[in-house]
Design a protein around this ligand. Structure first.
Ligand code: SF4
Ligand code: SF4
Length: 279
């Protein structure tokens, strides 16, 4: 029966803007409806499920009972560690409580977006809620699988994360029954194995020292390299130049449309670095 073949996904939202889900909604190959109706069984997602309130919580508990040790847990958003996590509550529970309840029974977890990967915008100095990413929260809370083994966490940073990196991770798991290879930061190497700068269509301009100096100047109009406008492509590992972003036409990724990469997918680079350097 098809429904038995579809892996269950439980998707939790913590401190975030829902941009990662919004981005997934705009994916077209496959479209999100194919993903959630044919390929996976999305049993719980506060944004996408039809149920609300007690009905939604009931769906979560029924799914947990039925799929112990077998479902994929997707987390969107950071976990507030200060004061027991009271700054984010869902169904009267803090993210820590939900993770203690749900994570030990997952087969694997996916942290979607920079918030869930390493804290994101909410962790900006002075980080009032002590926001951290999923892996850090699991480590600090001592949460492991029910059988005592470590819960594997795949990080898919990006703000928002590219929906195709989530789709590819889920489809990889579906097809090969294992998780993709990851780098030292827990990111799949198929998506985060190469520098933006090494794949960028403006690289010949960089190599020939042809730079845009200001937005709207002649170099900018000619499509020259954006390094002098602050491009973080030389420090950021992600596949944006290869798969682009947004599905609305050719060259639809930041550098392709004339904006420097600001390193949203990289820890400690660009805007994340700036956020943490504030006093
Ligand atoms: Fe929103 Fe960015 Fe966080 Fe995704 S990573 S939920 S887009 S703030
Ligand atoms: Fe590198 Fe950015 Fe220039 Fe592209 S635009 S070549 S990523 S510095």
């Amino acid at each position: 029966e098809q429904s038995q073949a579809r892996p269950t996904v439980i998707w939790l939202h913590f401190q975030e803007c829902t941009g990662c889900t919004e981005s997934l909604l705009r994916a077209t190959h496959p479209a999100v409806e194919t993903l959630i109706l044919d390929l996976i069984s999305l049993d719980y997602s506060e944004t996408l499920m039809a149920a609300a309130g007690h009905q939604a919580e009931q769906a979560l508990h029924e799914s947990l009972e039925k799929n112990k040790g077998q479902f994929i847990l997707v987390v969107e958003g950071s976990v507030p560690m200060r004061d027991g996590g009271i700054y984010c509550k869902i169904g009267r529970k803090t993210p820590q409580q939900l993770l203690h309840e749900i994570a030990p029974h997952a087969a694997a977890a996916v942290a979607i977006g920079s918030c869930a990967s390493w804290g994101g915008v909410q962790s900006a100095a002075p980080n009032p809620t002590e926001a951290v990413g999923l892996q850090e929260a699991l480590t600090r809370e001592g949460i492991v699988k029910a059988d005592g083994t470590v819960l594997p966490v795949i990080n898919l940073p990006g703000c928002p994360a590219s929906p195709y990196n989530l789709l590819s991770t889920v489809l990889y798991y579906l097809t090969l029954k294992k998780l993709p290879e990851v780098d030292a930061k827990g990111r799949p190497t198929f998506a985060y194995g190469r520098l933006i700068h090494d794949n960028c269509e403006r690289r010949p301009h960089f190599d020939a020292a042809r730079f845009a100096e200001q937005f709207g100047d002649e170099g900018h109009r000619q499509g020259w390299c954006l390094y002098k406008l602050g491009c973080k492509g030389p420090e950021t590992y992600a596949n944006c130049p290869a798969i682009e972003f947004g599905d609305v036409g050719a060259n639809t990724w930041p550098v392709g449309i004339g904006h420097p990469c600001f390193g949203c997918a990289e820890q400690g680079v660009g805007f994340h670095k700036a956020l943490h350097e504030q006093s």
